[in-house]
Design a protein around this ligand. Sequence first.
Ligand SMILES: Nc1ncnc2c1ncn2[C@@H]1O[C@H](COP(=O)(O)OP(=O)(O)O)[C@@H](O)[C@H]1O
Ligand SMILES: N[C@@H](CCC(=O)OP(=O)(O)O)C(=O)O
Length: 379
Amino acid sequence: MKIGSSLLANPDLLTPRWAFIQRLLEDITKLRNDGYEVVLCSSGAVALGLNMLGEKPETAGLRDKQAAAACGMPLLLNAYKQVAHEFGFDIAQVLVTLQDMEERKRFLNTKNTVHRLLQGDILPIVNENDSITTEEIRVGDNDRLAAKVAQMIQADHLVILTCIDGLYDRNPEEEGAQLVEEVSDVSEYIAVTDGTSSLGSGGMLTKMQAANMAQNAGCTTLIANGEHEEPVSSVLYGQRKHTKCIAHTKPASAWAAWLTDRLQVAGSLVIRDDVAKKLSKEIDHIRHEDIKSIQGPYVKGDVIHVYDEHGEEIARGMTNFSSEETMVLARHPEMPPKDLLGYQTGGTVISRENLIILEDRHLLWDSPKEETFVEVSDT
Ligand SMILES: Nc1ncnc2c1ncn2[C@@H]1O[C@H](COP(=O)(O)OP(=O)(O)O)[C@@H](O)[C@H]1O
Ligand SMILES: N[C@@H](CCC(=O)OP(=O)(O)O)C(=O)O
C-alpha cells in the first residue's frame, strides 16, 4: 500500500498526523491477522522535515527538499515505530533510489531484502532516498515506486491512499465531476489528471501510471481516500467507494514486467519503417543495420525505447551495446562488428529474449525531442 504525504503530515503545521498513523497501523494489524502480507510505501519525509529548515512546501527547492527528507525521515519512522510497537509488531526501513529499481541486479537485491523482512513478520516501509537523489536521477513520486514494489513482490493488490476518494472523470473541482469506480484502460483518463494537492508530488497522473504498471504485472490497484476508520481493509473488502484499476488477466512474466514498465528512459532508437512493420511477426530482434537514429548516452545493459520513423513507440529492450558502440556499428554495416569494436560480437543490438513488443495495454511514452537524436547517416 502507498500512503500520500497529506495523510501523514498536517498540511498547515507539517507535524505527524498521529491519529491517522494509529488508524493505519491498527488496520494493518487486522490485515496481517487476516493473513495478508503487507508492504508499506510511505511518503511524508519531506513534508515532516520542512519545519526544521524553516521552509514551506510551496517555496522549497530541490536542495531544501533533499535536506528536509533527511530531517523528516527519522520523525516519520519514529512515529511508525512507536505506534507499531503498541500493536505488537516491528517495522523496518527500506530506502531506495531510481537505480535500485531500474538495474536488474539491484532490483533483485532489494526484492531479497523485502522478502526476508516479510519472512521475519516485519513490516517493510519503503521510500525513496530523497536526500541523495537529484532531479535527473530520481523516481520523484511514490505512486510509481509503490507499483514497482508491487511488481517486485508480485503483489495481488496495490492500495493507494490519498486525500481524495479516487479518480474523477474530470478535474474534481469542476461541477459534476464523477468518481470512476472501475478502470480497465487507464489511458482513457490520462488527459484528466492535472494538478496535485498542496503536499502531493504526482497527483492522479502518477497514480494512473502506477496502476498501469501494476495491471501489467497482474496486480489490481485500489485508489481511495485515507480518511476512514479502517483506511485499507474497508477498501480491500469493498465496503466503501473507491477506484479499482483491474489487473490484466494475462499478466506479463516478472522479467517482461520489469523490462517494460519502467521509471525513466535511458535512451532511444529509431528503426527503419520496413523493419518496424515486421517486428514481432518476422523479426524478433534489432540489428545495427536496422537503426536510423540514436538518442543517448546510454550504456550496455540499459533498457532503451524503440520508435518507428513516425515517432510511435513500438518496443522496449535491453541493449547489448552503449550508444557510442551502437552508432559505430550502425554507421558501418558493411564491416564485421568484431573489427569495429575490437571484441567478438554478432552485432545484434537488442536480442530476442531482451526485446518486448508493446501492446495496447502499455502506456506509451512520448518520443523524445527530435533534436536529441543523432542520425546514423550524419557523419
Ligand atoms: N481526475 C482526477 N481525479 C482525482 N484527483 C485528481 C484528478 N486530477 C488531479 N487530481 C489531484 O490529485 C490529487 C491527489 O494526488 P496527490 O496530491 O499527489 O496526493 P498524494 O500526496 O496522496 O499522492 C488530488 O488532490 C487532486 O487535486
Ligand atoms: N519521497 C517523498 C514523497 C514523494 C511523493 O510521492 O509524495 P506524495 O505524492 O505525497 O505521495 C517523501 O517521503 O516526502
